[in-house]
Write a protein of this length. Structure first.
Length: 359
């Protein structure tokens, strides 16, 4: 993990970072990209002597097992529909509201109350609960019942601000920037309000929530950690001046040294050993290594997408800059992947997921 974010996050999370060992339950659902940063966080906390468990759906258990963290089960698979081509197209086309309706229909096949109850088991015994955004409300409710500390970790800048809109709702006027956050969060709360309050009153013996989790953060100032570079924070590429004090932008999360080993072919390309990639920012002959990656989000036409076009054209500048280029993506190898052979290499997982050995 980036050292700066690590220290900020641990300071926010742990009242006594150098004191007694904490029991920390981390929960996140969604795609691999929604879960992997949390696994890396868990490894770092574990290395500090804390007792860490990681809760996900069954679909993502192999990732947790691969990293050696104790796993706990979240029922259902509410986000599994993202793997279906028609939903991928909606996402690629920016059809947010249509996609939300389809996702809501998909969720009806699952028992919402059973999913909520699985959070009780998954987070049981935790002193601190760390959650991703896709399961924020359920995790918050259970943490409230247990009296546990609570932290939300977001992989991007989703804290409300007037300086730029939320990524899913571009608007033509800056005066609407903050509204985009409030509108989307209110819409999402409307979809979950009924079953969340049923869970709170029936299983947790808590009073119903009158508004969504965003208002709870604003009231109690639970830490909100943005695990991304400030370069992702709108056109100014700086932390917004109106971010609240409980919001921290600390940088991307990187794995501890030794977590991943380079595959022999990749190590040969870089001219180094098979040691951890984070320990080898330059090749053996001193050339800097430039990494281009776009995550593991599925897409209906990956080769023709604008970002894949960037992947296939950007490496052309690396040879003239005296750098090696490693570009990675989840999808099938594009036609021009080897256009700059010798100065760049394209890497993708054979099963569709980017394998950890390349990260």
């Amino acid at each position: 993990m980036g050292e700066d974010l690590e220290e900020r996050l641990l300071t926010k999370m742990l009242a006594d970072p150098g004191g007694a060992r904490k029991r920390i339950a981390i929960v996140s659902i969604g795609t691999r990209g929604d879960v992997q940063p949390f696994v890396v966080l868990g490894l770092t906390l574990q290395s500090r002597g804390h007792n860490v468990v990681m809760a996900t759906e069954d679909r993502l258990r192999p990732l947790v097992d691969e990293m050696g963290l104790p796993w706990r089960r979240i029922e259902g698979d509410e986000t599994g529909i993202i793997e279906q081509p028609h939903v991928q197209k909606m996402l690629a086309d920016g059809q947010l509201f249509k996609m939300m309706k389809v996702v809501a229909a998909w969720k009806k096949q699952f028992d919402e109350l059973a999913i909520s109850r699985s959070f009780i088991t998954a987070l049981e015994g935790a002193d601190i609960v760390v959650t991703g955004g896709l399961c924020l409300t359920r995790a918050l409710c259970v943490a409230e019942k247990m009296g546990a500390g609570f932290v939300c970790l977001a992989p991007g800048p989703t804290v409300p601000t007037s300086e730029f809109p939320i990524w899913a709702l571009p608007v033509p006027c800056a005066c609407l920037n903050r509204w985009t956050y409030n509108f989307l969060f209110k819409l999402l709360w409307g979809q979950e309000k009924k079953h969340i309050n049923e869970f709170r009153t029936r299983d947790l013996q808590l009073a119903p929530m009158r508004s969504g989790p965003l208002s709870i953060f604003e009231q109690y100032h639970f830490p909100m950690i943005v695990a991304a570079s400030e370069l992702t924070c709108g056109p100014k590429m700086v932390v917004p001046s109106d971010y609240p004090s409980y919001a921290v932008v600390g940088g991307f999360i990187f794995p501890p040294e030794g977590t991943f080993n380079l595959e022999p072919q990749l190590a040969e390309f870089m001219g180094g050993s098979t040691d951890d990639l984070s320990a080898a920012p330059t090749s053996s002959d001193g050339r800097p290594v430039v990494y281009l990656g776009w995550g593991s989000m599925p897409a209906p036409d990956p080769v023709g997408s604008p970002r894949m076009q960037v992947l296939t054209t950007a490496p052309s500048s690396c040879p003239s800059a005296g750098a090696l280029c490693l570009h990675q993506a989840r999808w099938a190898r594009p036609k021009h992947a080897r256009a700059h052979h010798g100065a760049s290499r394209f890497r993708t997982g054979t099963d569709g997921e980017a394998r950890s050995g390349a990260l």
